[in-house]
Design a protein around this ligand. Structure first.
Ligand code: AMP
Ligand code: MG
Length: 320
């Protein structure tokens, strides 16, 4: 059954993946309005299935304690990153997840190499880490506003084509190192249309409980829409790699973006296929000794093993 689910998910997310080496042009290649032919009410059920799968696989990932997963979420303002994280991770054990949000770098962060702050937030083995914005801001907002580079105090010439090419390479190498050492990297771009962004900004202005989310800076940033589309397109082309692919998720319908993101993360976990550790024979002998000792402690009139008495099939399940 697990294989069937894995196949279905793989087929579902296939059209969203940026083929390594492909030259992406966002406006031409990916439509923010897509919804995979689904209706919102099918979406509720599908998201629930996705969330259940994630819970199951996260438990196995944590128990195996060998691999970690890094999910990078990128989007333009009002793209739906926060809501996606809230919904997609709603079923998982909070102990196994760490979410990090990246804002304008602090003085402490700027005193280090640009990848330092992302390095510090990487997952441990057994964990899923989510980057709400990520090291990709270093080739997005920084690319659109290269004056930000001054504060990074870099040696040598910056902001030429060679400089950005080098940054893509450094990012690819960094992710490659993580992958080779047991940490899967998966990247999701929530692809929002300009008109849907306008609608969401207006919603933030119209509803008092949404006002706090509104920032005048976001509206100013909207003037650079075309520059961002260009920076995103180049970044997707240069950094979707076989070991760390990009997925472009249509984000105009929030419910659809959430299903896609859950499916992409589930696919990543199923690909790792983490297994519960098996207890070695010597350790199993110890378990049996402990069991016999506990059974001998049974008070008069009580079953030796109350749990087994209540669950007659316990302990007889076939082990994988
Ligand atoms: P928000 O996610 O809405 O809280 O906004 C965070 C802000 O931090 C955004 O405007 C980003 O563009 C900005 N930001 C994130 N990473 C960087 C970075 N590396 N350099 C400069 N600005 C950044
Ligand atoms: Mg914002």
């Amino acid at each position: 059954m697990a294989d069937k689910r894995a196949e279905r998910i793989a087929r579902f997310i296939e059209p969203l993946r940026v083929e390594p080496g492909a030259k992406v042009r966002l406006g031409r290649d990916f439509a923010p309005q897509d919804h995979g032919g689904l209706r919102k009410k099918d979406g509720v059920e599908l998201l629930r299935t996705g969330v259940e799968l994630l819970a199951e696989y996260q438990q196995r990932l944590a128990a195996q304690d060998t691999h970690g997963v890094l999910l990078c979420l990128q989007a333009l303002d009002a793209g739906g990153k926060d809501g996606t994280i809230r919904h997609v991770m709603s079923g998982v054990n909070p102990q196994g997840v760490r979410v990090s949000s990246f804002k304008v770098p602090s003085a402490e962060e700027l005193a280090h190499d640009y990848l330092w702050r992302y390095d510090r937030s990487l997952p441990r083995r057994g964990e899923i880490a989510i980057f709400n914005r990520s090291h990709y801001e270093e080739v997005l907002v920084v690319r659109v506003h290269p004056d930000l580079l001054t504060r990074q105090r870099l040696p040598g010439p910056v902001d030429g084509p060679k400089f950005w090419k080098r940054r893509y390479r450094e990012i690819n190498d960094w992710e490659r190192r993580l992958t080779d050492n047991g940490f899967k990297v998966v990247k999701v771009f929530l692809n929002l249309s300009k008109e849907e962004q306008r609608t969401r900004f207006l919603k933030r202005l119209d509803l008092p409980e949404k006002n706090w989310k509104f920032s005048a800076a976001d509206v100013r940033e909207r003037q650079f829409w075309d520059d961002y589309q260009q920076a995103f397109s180049e970044m997707l082309s240069a950094t979707s790699r076989p070991w760390a692919p990009w997925y472009v998720v249509p984000a105009d319908r929030k419910w659809f973006a959430r299903i896609c993101t859950a499916a992409i993360l589930a696919h990543t976990l199923m690909d790792i296929d983490p297994q519960y550790p098996r207890v070695a024979d010597a350790a199993r002998e110890e378990l049996l000794v402990a069991k016999r000792n506990l059974e001998r402690e049974a008070p008069a009139g009580q079953p030796a093993d109350p749990y087994a008495a209540r669950h007659p099939s316990a302990g007889r399940k076939k082990r994988r």
